[in-house]
Design a protein around this ligand. Sequence first.
Ligand SMILES: [Zn+2]
Ligand SMILES: [Zn+2]
Length: 119
Amino acid sequence: MKHFLCYEGWELIEPTILELQAKMREAHQRSRYIFDLYHRRNEISKELFEFCLDQGYADRNLIAQWKKPGYERLCCLRCMQRRDHNFQTTCVCRVPKNLREEKVIECVHCGCGGCASGD
Ligand SMILES: [Zn+2]
Ligand SMILES: [Zn+2]
C-alpha cells in the first residue's frame, strides 16, 4: 500500500481531512458524554436526553449501538460497516488488542485507538 504522502494533492486536502477527523472525534466524545449522563450516571432526565439527541448534540444511531453486546465502546458507525476496510471485514479499531498484530493503532476513519469491547 502506498503512503498517503505519495499521492499528489494530499497537501491540499490534508487540513480539511484532519479537521473533519477532529470533528468526528469530538462528535463521538459528545455522544459518549450525553450517553453516560443519562444511562450510567442518571444525572439528566429522559426529556433532556431526548432533546440532546433531537438537537444533534449526540448521535442517536451510535448510542443505539452502545446498548448492544459487543458494541459498548464503538467509536463511530463507519467503523462497524463491513466494507471499506482492509482488515478482514471490519475496521482495525474494532479488532481486540490480542488479535491484532500492531498493538498501537489509530483508525483512519475517526482516529480511534481501539474500541473492541474486551480491550
Ligand atoms: Zn473504533
Ligand atoms: Zn475504526
